[in-house]
Design a protein around this ligand. Sequence first.
Ligand SMILES: Nc1nc2c(ncn2[C@@H]2O[C@H](COP(=O)(O)OP(=O)(O)OP(=O)(O)O)[C@@H](O)[C@H]2O)c(=O)[nH]1
Ligand SMILES: [Mg+2]
Length: 348
Amino acid sequence: MAEKHKSIKSGATAEAVSKAPAAAKAVQASSRSGQTGGSGQAAQAGRAGNDGKRCGFIAVIGAPNAGKSTLVNALVGARVSIVTHKVQTTRTAIRGIAIEGKAQLIFIDTPGIFMPRRRLDRAMVDTAWSSASDGDIILLLIDAGKGIEPDSERILTRLADLRCPRLLAINKIDKVEKERLLTLTQQVSQRVAFDEIFMVSALTGDGVGDLKRHLAASAPPGPWHYGEDDLSDLPERLLAAEVTREKIFLRLHDELPYAITVETSGWKDFKDGSVRIEQTIFVERDSQKQIVLGKGGRSIKQISMEARKDLAGIIGRRVHLFLFVKVREHWSDDPERYREMGLDFPKR
Ligand SMILES: Nc1nc2c(ncn2[C@@H]2O[C@H](COP(=O)(O)OP(=O)(O)OP(=O)(O)O)[C@@H](O)[C@H]2O)c(=O)[nH]1
Ligand SMILES: [Mg+2]
């Protein structure tokens, strides 16, 4: 896709959004590769640069549904990553950017880590681990209600061998008794020596401020990587596809959400500030297409209406959204679909 990469701006006008500087992932990646390793930078975190600026990359990892995207959105103060009650909502690494004092914090929201079965699962889990190695700090999130279930168990085993600053946030504390938190903290500490442990509720915001201040104080000294108004480096086309996928996840059940992918296939800006967006929803079978469409097209109309409203609010423009459903039996084995999602294509 040739669409320009833009940053989402907080409260920006349509014009400002369209003039936002390009912030393509590739550019950010190459600027990072010229630096010293993540943990080396964090080791110098006691000294800020001459102007006192700090900049840190924080990889947020955890089991599916732990609340990673909710937490990243809370830390950024804007919706940069989609959230649903279903597992495996996030499929690719998404950067959310926040400022705290003189520190710029770049949060990398990642797909949940679980035992992969399909090729897409593998791509998601590989992305999560490679994002973890991109971070100056790894922030593991554990759902307080679930405790150390098998997915978190495996993550802890792998984290125990990594030599980089590691923080733990126990999330969803609004749902559990205090005693349970104590026991869980002890259990986790026996497995991995975390630098700090935080108790948070990404949903209510409880503890999120403390976590953010700690991250700002421990971010490595250095210049900011993004502009001060940037909230995300997600291209608008991808963001638009994510919003539609969120509505599908919320509306459709069982295996169906996992059998679809959404791509933005057309984007036309109009002089009046509005935008025409065309998207393709790929499904694997005709029966799935019928469910996505619903009786008399009712389901797709609802999805389209919700996505359009939501997207208009996020990008601050009037949106004309057109959705098309296509059966592509083997889309999840097609490298092109992975490129569109920003994922590497696993060999098997
Ligand atoms: N009660 C409660 N629910 C939460 C909290 N944080 C997240 N949730 C809910 O947990 C569910 C999953 O949240 P997500 O942010 O999508 O979780 P995730 O870890 O990004 O999930 P994946 O992308 O699938 O790996 C949603 O229904 C959230 O509303 C919290 O602090 N308290
Ligand atoms: Mg997520």
